[in-house]
Ligand binder design. Sequence first.
Ligand code: ZN
Length: 349
Amino acid sequence: MGKETFRLKKAGWLVLCLAGLCLFSVLLLQAGKIRAEAETMTTEVATTESKEQTLDASTTQQAISPSITFSKKKKSLKAGKSFRFQVKTVGITDKVTFKVSDTKLAKINSSGKLTALRTGKVKVIAIAGEYSASVSVTIKPKKIVALDPGHSAKMTGGTEPIGPGSSVKKAKDATGTRGVSSGQMEYELTMKLARKMKPLLEDKGYQVVLTRSNNKKAISCVERAKVANKAGADIFIRIHADGINNASVSGASALYPSSRNPYVGKLSSKSKKLSSCVLNAMCKKTGAKNRGLVARDDLSGSNWAKMPVTLIEVGFMTNPEEDKKLAQNSYQDKLAKGMVQGIEAYFGY
Ligand SMILES: [Zn+2]
C-alpha cells in the first residue's frame, strides 16, 4: 500500500463517521419532535375531558332544580284591555297552561293572553306539570261613574250657594215628586235605578260611586256633587223623575249646563253630549217619548260638579200611564240598561 492509498482510506473513514453523526443527530431530533407532539396530544385530550366534565356538571344541576318563571308580566291592567303573559321554563318538558284565580274579574286563553273584565285583584297562574308560578294583577276601572239617585226620604233643610263662590242661594234639597197611580216616591224609584245600574256598569269594567246608598240619609245637592268630585269621577249621572200639574204630559228629558254657565260653562259641550247619549239610548230601549235636551244653569248639584254632568228625567210620575210603567221592575230594568248603553256610547266603547 502506498502513502497515497493510506491517505484516501483515512479520508473515507472520516466521511463515514461524519455521515453517521449527522444521521444520529437527525434521529435524535425526530424522536424529540415526536415526543413533543405526543405531549401536545395528551394535553388536548385532557382539555376535552375537562370540558365534558363541566357539561356533565351543568346537566346534573339543571335536572336538580327545574323552574318556571314569568318572562313577560304586568302588575296592573285597565278593564277592557288585554295583555299576553309569557313564562320561561328550565328543565320542564310539560306543556304550560294558564288560569286565573277569579274568572269574573278576568279571562285568560291557552297562550297566556289575559283580558281584564272587572275591577279588583286577580292572580295569573302558569302551570307546567307539577310546577307553577303566579303573579298578582290589579285591574283598574276603565272609567269612574258617579250615580246620584235624586232626593231622599230625609231632608237636610236650609240653603246653600247655587255654585262655587256664588251669593245666590237655593234650598239644599227638595222632596221630589210622587207617582199618581203607584204612590211610589221619586227617591224610591231613583234609588232602584241606581242600584240596577251599578252592577251593570261594574260588569263592563267601570267603577261606580253612589252619592247615597239608602233612603234614610239626608244629603244636599252640593254634597252630592262633592261625592262625585272626591271620587275623581269621569262623569256624573243625576237620576230624577218629572212631575207637573198636568196628567197628560209624559216622556223623558235630560238637563245640561249651558256654555254661559258661570261655574261649569267649560263642561257644557261634553255635558250636552253625555245628556244626548244617555237620553237617546234610554228612550230607544224603553220606547219612552223623547222630550229632548234642556239647558239649565240653576241646578246647584250640577254647578258644583268638576266633570261632565247630566240630570236625566226618566219620565213623568204625574202621568198615570207612565207612572204605572215606572213602577214595574221590568221597565226599571230597561231604563237602567238603556242609561248604561248611553254611558258606553258617550265613552265610545
Ligand atoms: Zn227630582
